[in-house]
Design a protein around this ligand. Structure first.
Ligand code: URA
Length: 434
């Protein structure tokens, strides 16, 4: 098989065979196919697209490029949750304990933050002592004992995606439905859970800015998950402003704890109850999604989910006292307020700009190997729809580097739009696709 013929075929809009897709993925993962040929094929796919069957074969080949985790030592139906990436998205830290408190084993592999989106692994590491690298047996033992464990994704899971994602990032080929589907689903299918709940973000802080594309992405991923024998359900959710008020690492974990105490922002609470309710249903602990959501509510209001969070933190070597004492988190030393320049209503908060401002305050990294300031980030004091008077605090930026914090505050200020009329607010849960 010849790579030039494969590129030519796709360039002319023809369908690739499973063997051709496999040849590309295997050869590229091993280093036999150079970046320039892989880039040309990615661009041909970008313009000509792939049909359902090709996308499935691409996902399968990428999944099989590395280890497929065997979670059979964990009893029960294991349910995974994945978000397509957002700003202020700390839902895993709320959803994991809620689902686990209702009997769903959650064995989750998460990523680090890159660019404007954060990563659960970084957030968890702001808890003193918390380990995100565990041996396989320890990981499974923890899920069996506590019901929940979250570790960093190893390099052996879908290595083809790791290489291809880096290439897509520098060849303007990220935002293609088939490529996003294969990238996300290859990792999820290799991670070993029996069922998958997907949070597909839609809006100005997401890959999918409009609903039609988000629905198409969600349907494609659900079809592939189900075709692979995993019950897969997608929820399309709003990402037109950051989720909740906190964006960063320590501050997001604190907001997740507050949510589990029943004192969290409405958007995160609703989203977490919906996602965990669907996980409870997918895990066979409720007859319907609605019943799953009722069970999740009970776990929240009774405090059982908060107790589960503390056990999970302790199980991974972290100090569970953080749940009551937030001074144990890394503390910022410098603060900057963002003030409203006029009176009116907050009509827009560009999620992507807030994500970038948080990254630049020290909370995120430009390159994979950059260190991060776990104390840094942004607290939004106003959200879309709030009334503001000139001089009101819109947001507070904090961290340990005063120059970074000042520059980040200037960037954060540009994310807000204030207008004379109250904006229409859409729901956080847009659609469920199963
Ligand atoms: N998240 C992924 O893992 N891959 C993509 O292509 C987009 C979002």
């Amino acid at each position: 098989m010849n790579m030039v013929d494969i590129i030519l075929k796709k360039r002319e809009g023809e369908k690739l065979s499973p063997q051709e897709i496999q040849h590309f993925i295997n050869g590229y993962t091993k280093g036999d196919i150079p970046d320039y040929q892989a880039s040309a094929l990615l661009m041909a796919i970008y313009f000509q697209g792939m049909d359902k069957e090709e996308t499935y074969q691409l996902t399968k080949a990428m999944k099989e490029s590395g280890d497929v985790v065997d979670l059979s030592a964990i009893s029960g139906i294991k349910v995974d949750k994945h978000s397509t990436g957002g700003v202020g998205d700390k839902t895993t830290l709320v959803v994991g304990p809620l689902a686990a408190a209702c009997g769903v084993p959650v064995a989750k592999m998460s990523g680090r933050g890159l660019g404007f989106t954060g990563g659960t692994v970084d957030k968890m590491e702001s808890i003193p002592g918390f380990r995100t690298t565990l041996e396989e047996e320890e990981f499974m033992e923890l899920v069996n004992r506590v019901g929940l464990s979250v570790i960093g994704q190893t390099a052996h899971i879908a290595p083809a995606d790791k290489k291809l994602y880096a290439l897509r990032d520098v060849t303007a080929t990220v935002d293609n439905l088939s490529l996003i589907t294969a990238s996300i689903m290859s990792k999820k299918l290799a991670s070993g859970s029996d069922a998958i709940v997907l949070d597909v973000k839609c809006g100005n802080g997401a890959f999918m800015e409009n609903l039609e594309e988000a629905v198409e992405l969600a349907k494609g991923m659900v079809d592939i998950g189900n075709a692979d024998g995993k019950k897969t359900i997608a929820v399309i959710t709003d990402m037109n402003q950051p989720l909740g008020h906190a964006v960063g690492n320590s501050n997001e974990v604190i907001e997740a704890i507050e949510t589990l105490k029943g004192k969290g922002p409405v958007d995160i609470t609703q989203l977490a109850l919906t996602l965990s309710g669907i996980m409870i249903y997918a895990g066979g602990h409720a007859e319907t999604m609605e019943e799953g959501m009722e069970k999740a509510k009970e776990a929240l209001h009774s405090g059982r989910a908060l107790e589960k969070l503390a056990s999970f933190i302790e199980g991974q070597g972290g100090d569970p006292a953080v749940v009551e004492d937030y001074s144990l988190f890394p503390q910022p030393t410098t603060y900057q307020k963002v003030l409203a320049q006029e009176s009116g209503y907050v009509t827009e908060i560009q999620a992507r700009s807030i994500g970038l401002a948080s990254q630049h305050s020290g909370a995120g990294r430009e390159k994979k190997e950059d260190p991060i300031d776990l104390s840094a980030g942004i607290i939004l004091r106003k959200k879309v729809g709030d009334v503001v008077a000139k001089g009101d605090v819109l947001a507070e930026v904090s961290g340990r580097d005063s120059l970074k914090v000042r520059l980040a505050a200037e960037e954060a200020a540009k994310a807000f739009t204030i207008g004379p009329a109250a904006p229409e607010l859409g729901p956080i849960i847009i659609r469920i696709i199963d």
